[in-house]
Each structure stands twice: as structure tokens, then as C-alpha cells.
Design a protein around this ligand. Structure first.
Ligand code: ZN
Length: 359
């Protein structure tokens, strides 16, 4: 049951006869397999003419019949400032919130996504890629485009960043949440900013800025790391996070699995360890190098460590020739290591990144 935050009924944005007829159904766009294009639902014939309405969140939003119904979608006509139904509407008349969760197969308006984008990057978008960046073209060229764009687009949700190509009258607005990007794209289609332009609003193609691409890759990696963190036993995570810099070097060697230049990605490498499917992949994994030195040489001298490490690195190949006493010592050491309290876990992310020096 959704919390009721709006005591105010949604306000009809236009008179019932404003559109001449009932708005067409919000969902049900169809994919024309012969032309590889979408048809219906989202008419864009009026592309060059200014939008007929404009949503005003502060003035127009309020509760509708959709509030309190789980799985409700947002009203496309509300986003366009054209819904005559007000509180009687069966779609939500408000902005997506940070906790809004929409199935990846539909947009926040409940329209089906497809595997590809439309040729002109209009329409609903792709379910294969989370897209939070809206492209805005045909902006009247002035020196203060960024300020103008920020002012107009902040109305539709929290903005992560804005990039502007001043001389070309183009801007890219990235929202924190995909649902707000979807809302903004509909709300600002064919609108004007401070001048009498008619905006061309589309999905951005992949951001050509390498910094932005690296940032997005990092974000996805962090999401993956978080998923792994939730899936693995807590003590195993603590061990990974508490590891010293040597762990990175060891990992580089161990996770190559004998393939030169290959380093297993986190999800594969971290899937090793106590629960590894492949025993060779976890050989010596839980044993830190000092203990390894003791086992191999019967000494724990500091000077022995480098040689022992070298030996350790060749373990996958030589694992078959271990004496039974070495194996017994190894398994004892494993028990000793895994039962000792984990090194204080760093508060940093699971995956160690190089310093973030962009921006
Ligand atoms: Zn509505």
C-alpha cells in the first residue's frame, strides 16, 4: 500500500473537449515487423509544431484513482499537460519518485519497450540499456543555454548532470532515475524554453564523452558488485574487503587461469573462494602468503616470502604433486585462517577503483 502523500485531488489540465475526442489509449503501440518501426499510440506528425499543453507539476499534480493501486503507471497525457480527467484518471498524476520501480520491459507510462531504438531515437526506448540521458536539440542559441536548460528540466526530477554544446544549440540532460528521464522526454517534447523555439527531444545515443562512458561503466560495475555482496556469505565479503594491496597482485596472477593477459571479471573471480566450483581456482585463496611460506619451507622468515610467493603463483600447475602432508597442512591452515577474525573491513566499495580524477 503506497503512502498517501497527496491530499489534493489532481487537477484536470484541459477541458474535456480540448482534444476534440477522448485521448487515444496510452499503451498498445505496435511494432511493425515489415518496416521495423513502431506505429500507433505516439503520433509525431506534429513534430515541428509546438506542443498543445505543458505540464506544471506544482499546479497540476495530485491524487488520482491510480494512487494506492500498486503497479500503477504515470499518465502520459498528464506529462504532456493534456489530461482532462484529473482525479478520475486511472494513471498517476505526479512525478516518478526516487523509490519508483518500473519493470525494465516498460517505460514509466507502461508502454512496452523494444530491443532497439527507433531510427530517430524517439519513442519509448530500449529495454537493453538503461537510458537516463535525454538529448535536446533546436535550442535557441544564447550564451546561457546551460542555465536555461537546467531551469526548465529540473522540474521533471533530480538531474545528475547537464552537458551543453552551446554553438549548436544542443544539450544532454542526465537524470538520476530513468523514470524521470522518460517523464522529461514526454513533458518537454515540442516545448519552448525561454525563446520561441520548438525543441527536438530524443533519447541520447551512447554518450560519446569517454569520461561519461567510464562513469557509466563504473556505475554498472558497482551495481554488479552490490548484487554480489548481497549474494555471498558475510564473512567472505569481509575477507575480500579487508585484503591488502598484495591481494590485487595475487588476483591478477590467479584469475588469469593460465591465459596470458586475461583477468577474470569480478563476478567470476569473486565466485571462487570457499564455494568455488573449480578447486584449482581457489587453491591457496584463503591462505595469506605468510602462512603459505611456513607451509612450503617450514620457516616464517621475512626473507623467505618472495620465493614462497613465486612458488605459490605456480600452484595451479603443481597442485598435483603436493605431498599428502602438505595438503594436510594446507587444509589446517585454511581452517585457522578462516576462523580468525577478519581484518577490519574497509568502508570502500567492493571493487577497488583508481582515483576518480574527471570533473
Ligand atoms: Zn491522466
Amino acid at each position: 500500500m503506497a503512502p498517501i502523500r497527496k491530499k489534493r485531488p489532481a487537477r484536470p489540465q484541459v477541458e474535456p473537449d480540448f482534444l476534440g475526442s477522448e485521448p487515444p489509449p496510452q499503451t498498445g503501440t505496435t511494432f511493425n515487423i515489415w518496416y521495423n518501426k513502431w506505429a500507433g499510440g505516439d503520433h509525431e506528425a506534429y513534430q515541428q509544431t509546438k506542443a498543445k499543453g505543458r505540464c506544471n507539476i506544482a499546479r497540476d499534480s495530485g491524487y488520482t484513482k491510480a494512487d494506492g493501486v500498486s503497479g500503477s503507471h504515470f499518465c502520459l497525457f498528464f506529462a504532456r499537460g493534456l489530461c482532462p480527467r484529473g482525479a478520475d484518471c486511472t494513471y498517476l498524476h505526479r512525478l516518478p519518485r526516487p523509490d519508483t520501480i518500473v519493470s525494465p520491459n516498460v517505460d514509466c507510462f507502461g508502454r512496452d519497450k523494444f530491443s532497439g531504438y527507433r531510427d530517430d531515437m524517439g519513442g519509448v526506448g530500449s529495454f537493453l540499456r538503461q537510458n537516463r540521458t535525454v538529448y535536446i536539440g533546436r535550442i535557441h542559441v544564447t550564451d546561457d543555454i546551460e542555465e536555461i536548460v537546467a531551469r526548465h528540466f529540473a522540474e521533471w526530477g533530480k538531474i545528475e548532470r547537464i552537458r551543453v554544446l552551446n554553438s549548436r544549440g544542443v544539450a544532454f540532460v542526465t537524470y538520476v532515475n530513468e523514470a524521470n528521464a522518460e517523464f522529461a522526454k514526454e513533458a518537454m517534447a515540442h516545448q519552448s524554453l525561454d525563446h520561441d523555439e520548438v525543441l527536438n527531444v530524443r533519447w541520447a545515443t551512447e554518450d560519446p564523452n569517454p569520461m561519461a562512458r567510464a562513469r557509466e561503466a563504473r556505475r554498472i560495475e558497482e551495481q554488479a558488485a552490490e548484487a554480489i555482496r548481497r549474494a555471498l556469505p558475510a564473512e567472505f565479503i569481509a575477507e575480500i574487503e579487508g585484503k591488502d594491496p598484495e591481494a590485487r597482485k595475487r588476483r591478477k596472477v590467479q584469475s588469469s587461469y593460465g591465459l596470458e593477459g586475461y583477468e577474470a571479471p569480478d563476478e567470476i573471480y569473486f565466485a571462487q573462494g570457499p564455494n568455488a566450483i573449480n578447486p584449482a581456482g581457489r587453491q591457496g585463496y584463503e591462505v595469506d602468503h605468510q602462512e603459505q611460506a611456513m607451509i612450503e619451507d617450514g620457516t616464517a622468515g621475512e626473507s623467505e616470502v618472495p620465493a614462497a610467493q613465486e612458488q605459490q603463483q605456480s600452484l595451479p600447475q603443481s597442485a598435483g604433486v603436493f605431498s599428502s602432508s602438505t595438503l594436510a597442512a594446507l587444509s589446517k591452515a585454511k581452517i585457522a585462517v578462516s576462523s580468525k577474525p577478519a581484518t577490519p573491513a574497509s568502508t570502500g566499495p567492493l571493487v577497488a577503483y583508481d582515483s576518480d580524477d574527471d570533473e
